[in-house]
Design a protein around this ligand. Structure first.
Ligand SMILES: C[S@@+](CC[C@H](N)C(=O)[O-])C[C@H]1O[C@@H](n2cnc3c(N)ncnc32)[C@H](O)[C@@H]1O
Length: 262
């Protein structure tokens, strides 16, 4: 059985599997402000800043928030997956930033000199590292003195009633990302390595109306993506029961947070 820190190439060779999970948030979030716009509000970006986004994925954040950000940013979009770094670069290179470069890079051994960036961001990715503390140390190393480091992750209670359905695959009834690097762990690791850490939580909930989107999201990663036919039938039944209980709607609370240091 794969763990959350293995099989990056299979999970993130391209953005297909990630899109199945992102769809839940994109289609069903009820919030005054969407996730990406809310994160953008937390970042003290200044025109001309050198910014590293490590584990950038397909670059959706930058494409979604371009109009909220200052022009003139010097963006480095880096990801362990060459396919993701490439997709991010293609998506963002024509956007009105000062400059954009894509780079294949491992957060555990960043190929950048000490003190290279004004802002370093790692969004929903440190839970994939075998040792997230190494990733935090690397992000801090490449940050300029007085720079700003931001990390986003899920709490262990993220979408609790959705993850409860995954017990049919033999999984624990919790978000594996929150278990590997939930905000308690993030808080503790960042405080012990860095000191001055602040924390904010995105106020939102999901109101899901299509059971198929739950099925696709929760079978997009291990072990659901390797489930047997019998498990998948049982899983569909569990989802149907959950929607029936909610009169056709499944409401779940995401515990998505941003944690930052200045
Ligand atoms: C859940 S996605 C998040 C994508 C993007 N940051 C976002 O929030 O939309 C996790 C990303 O982290 C990348 N990743 C996983 N392990 C990594 C590592 N050791 N170094 C750099 N990127 C990594 C994956 O390839 C994937 O693109």
């Amino acid at each position: 059985m794969s763990s959350i820190s293995e099989d990056n190439a299979k999970q993130y060779g391209d953005s297909g599997k990630l899109a199945a999970r992102a769809r839940l948030h994109k289609e069903y979030t009820v919030a005054e402000i969407g996730w990406f716009a809310w994160v953008a509000q937390q970042l003290p970006l200044k025109s001309g800043d050198r910014v590293l986004d490590i584990g950038c994925g397909p670059g959706w954040f930058w494409a979604a928030t371009t109009r909220l950000l200052l022009e003139g940013l010097d963006l480095t979009l880096a990801d362990l997956s060459p396919g993701m770094a490439d997709e991010a670069m293609k998506r963002c290179q024509s956007l009105p930033f000062g400059s954009v470069r894509g780079r294949q890079a491992d957060a555990a051994a960043l190929p950048f000199d000490d003190g290279s960036f004004d802002i370093v961001i790692g969004m929903h990715m440190l839970y994939h590292l075998p040792d997230p503390a190494v990733g935090i140390a690397e992000m801090y190393r490449v940050l300029k003195p007085g720079g700003f480091l931001a990390v986003t992750t899920n709490g262990v209670g993220n979408l609790r009633n959705l993850y409860a359905l995954t017990t049919v695959f033999g999984s624990a009834p919790v978000d594996p990302a929150g278990v590997a690097f939930g905000y308690d762990t993030a808080d503790q690791l960042m405080r012990s390595q860095i000191g001055n850490v602040m924390f904010a939580q995105h106020p939102a909930r999901l109101r899901i109306t299509d059971p198929e989107d739950v099925f696709l999201a929760l079978t997009s990663y291990p072990p659901g993506d390797e489930a047997s036919e019998a498990q998948l039938i049982e899983f569909r039944e569990a989802i149907a029961n959950a929607f029936e209980k909610g009169n056709g709607v499944l409401v779940a609370c995401p515990y998505e947070v941003v944690q930052f240091q200045s």
